[in-house]
Design a binder for this molecule. Structure first.
Ligand SMILES: Cc1cc2nc3c(=O)[nH]c(=O)nc-3n(C[C@H](O)[C@H](O)[C@H](O)COP(=O)(O)OP(=O)(O)OC[C@H]3O[C@@H](n4cnc5c(N)ncnc54)[C@H](O)[C@@H]3O)c2cc1C
Length: 311
């Protein structure tokens, strides 16, 4: 059976959900081998559909940068004759993928939202207006996959475990991480990993309280349009869109957002889109699966109360 490597992500003993998504995609292709650099993440891997775990020894997990990770994956891909290596589409993941592709002289595909058993990937480009299918035609397929693109398959037992000590070149050691401090955040989930995102736009007129209250009732992350972040109503780190973050949650609720192409670029691949807008002609309704024509200051408190009543 073909071997597929996935790179495990996570911090402080918490395996990122995106790792479970990589395992789910990898399972379609062949035997799933998870490569883990941080031993604190090993226990969490039983939750996912992983056949084998390779624990990488030899360098401090808190100091690794993309270069030694790429060298390790290249050595493992060769040793296991891997058909593909799947990595999460984060900035770090894409750097690892690019370096790995050079080291293995393989093709690389980034920001895929799907990959099938024949390694045909799907990408959503040009603001979601175009769907591209592509495949790697040379070497071991190096593919980065966007978070929230697939429902995670549960694991069915403890995977077999082995250890691996890579040979890291001096060049790959030229940059090391000197410290890592998790960002101080509230109780809400991280925007790009959230299953539900509730976003506010210019229609909030600067008052995000109803948006936040509705998000909290659903355990959702809060996003914002650029009009809202440029106005200083919400932090730029929450901006969704072409020049903000790309999200692909199961549910995206756009509140007081018109649906400009640059906003769509960051949320168009959401599984279910709900729009609340007082203008029935707002372009967001062309994209939405469900729409409420109304004032968000009336609609959101009622929706929040309805969710609370169901709990
Ligand atoms: C190069 C470039 C990059 C960009 N990048 C991004 C990006 O990353 N993300 C992004 O979002 N934008 C981006 N933009 C800006 C984008 O073009 C739009 O200007 C922006 O998305 C508009 O934000 P909005 O929908 O909140 O505001 P508007 O377009 O002003 O829409 C506000 C909407 O709220 C509705 N509304 C008003 N009051 C209420 C109410 N009380 N209840 C319900 N509905 C109400 C109105 O009917 C309207 O539809 C970019 C633009 C450029 C040129």
């Amino acid at each position: 059976m073909s071997s597929v490597l996935i790179l495990v992500d996570g911090v402080n003993g918490q395996v990122a959900k995106s790792t479970g998504e990589l395992a789910t995609f990898a399972k379609r292709i062949g035997e799933v081998t998870a490569v883990v650099f941080d031993p604190s993440l090993i226990a969490g891997l039983t939750a996912f559909a992983i056949d084998k775990v390779v624990v990488v020894n030899g360098f401090d997990a808190t100091k690794f940068s993309p270069a030694p990770i790429a060298e390790t994956l290249a050595q493992l891909a060769s040793a296991k004759q891997a058909k593909a290596v799947l990595v999460t589409s984060s900035a770090r993941g894409k750097e690892v993928a690019g370096r790995l592709a050079v080291l293995t002289q393989s093709g690389v595909i980034t920001d895929a939202i799907d990959v099938d058993a024949d390694l045909i990937t799907t990408q959503s480009v040009f603001g979601g207006s175009t769907t591209v299918h592509a495949t790697v035609t040379h070497g071991c397929a190096v593919i980065t996959l966007r978070s929230n693109s697939i429902e995670v398959l549960a694991g069915s037992g403890a995977p077999a475990q082995e250890e691996f000590t890579p040979t890291i070149s001096d060049g790959a050691k030229l940059a090391t991480v000197t410290s890592v401090e998790p960002a101080v955040k509230g109780g809400r989930p991280e925007l790009t990993e959230a299953t539900i995102v509730v976003s506010g736009g210019r229609g909030t007129n600067g008052d995000f309280k109803p948006v936040e209250a509705f998000a909290d009732s659903l355990g959702a992350a809060v996003g914002a349009s650029r009009a809202a972040t440029d106005a200083g109503w919400y932090p730029h780190t929450h901006q969704v869109g072409q020049t903000g973050k790309t999200v692909s949650p199961q549910l995206y609720v756009a509140c007081g957002i018109s649906g400009a192409i640059q906003h769509r670029a960051g949320m168009q691949t959401s599984k279910l889109i709900v729009a609340i807008n007082k203008d029935p002609e707002a372009p967001i309704f062309e994209l939405a699966d469900y729409g409420v024509v109304g004032d968000l200051f009336n609609v959101l408190p009622q929706a929040t109360a309805a969710v609370a009543a169901k709990k």
